[in-house]
Design a protein around this ligand. Sequence first.
Ligand code: ATP
Length: 318
Amino acid sequence: MLFVTHFRVTYRPLSQLSTLIYQIVQVYEHGHDLIWLIDNHSDICDPDEAATDWDISDGTIEFKDVYFGYNPKRPVLKGIGFKVQGGTTTAIVGETGGGKTTITKLIARFYDVSQGNVTIDGVDVRHVKQKDLRKSISIVPQNANMLYSTIRYNIQYGLASTSMSATLEDVHEAARKAQIHQKIVSLPNGYDSVIGGSSIRLSGGELQRINVARGLVRPHKVLLLDEATSALDMITERKVQGALKDDNQGKTCVVIAHRLSTIIHADQILVIQNGGIAERGTFAELIAVPDGVFKGMWDSQMNTSKESNTSIILESSV
Ligand SMILES: Nc1ncnc2c1ncn2[C@@H]1O[C@H](COP(=O)(O)OP(=O)(O)OP(=O)(O)O)[C@@H](O)[C@H]1O
């Protein structure tokens, strides 16, 4: 009797102790990382004499002889130079790991170049305040990172870090353009469905469209799309591309794409290779280069896809 009594009194606190020790270890590890984050100030600083309330006007982006590497010993971009006229669309294609996403990160100044400069409307991005630089730039990244929250909040999150807010109608509008509104309203809780909750399962392509809606809800003059529609089927992708085209009239777009059929109407295509620009031109110009890098990419995609043949697309692109 005594044994059982003592055992019962001892057992519960002991089992709680093991959980507590686990939690203490977790607090220690995460707290350590948190303090590291607070203590480590970003290398990217606002200049002391930056103009107040600078804003993008025309949206012309220029890279002048830009060198950059995350690790100084391993350069990613080696003297890249190009210009994206305001209000036009430039597509960036090329080998995986070639530095396409890095280019978009440099435009938004998430990193500083090692040499050369990046300008928007002729102003070096290092010479303006980061919040002014980014307030008119919308980025749709490759990975649709969603928050454990409602679809509505996830789309509204596109305005985080700004003082703006999005009404429900703004959210619906962005979702319509991203071709996901109908799917959302068909869910039992509509826009209040919780992403990550047990009641809804969204496919990769659906999450990607919510990601696009998040980018579109943010008022922008420059739009950076990084493989934003790669998980969609061809028909849905064309619809999203059409909506993006209509919505972005007069805005500057930089589009990273692997599926080359989606960029045939771009004003300019840059082919990135070995940290430089191997080729540049319109789709019709690049496809006409015998043994060209772009032509090689196009031919290999055509061989592996069931898309309509080159000549039909060429006709529609000229
Ligand atoms: N934060 C980082 N730290 C260190 N290296 C990085 C970082 N981000 C990217 N890299 C490296 O820089 C190189 C260029 O990466 P980037 O993402 O720009 O390529 P990409 O052309 O967009 O590739 P993909 O087509 O696969 O998306 C790669 O070798 C990558 O491993």
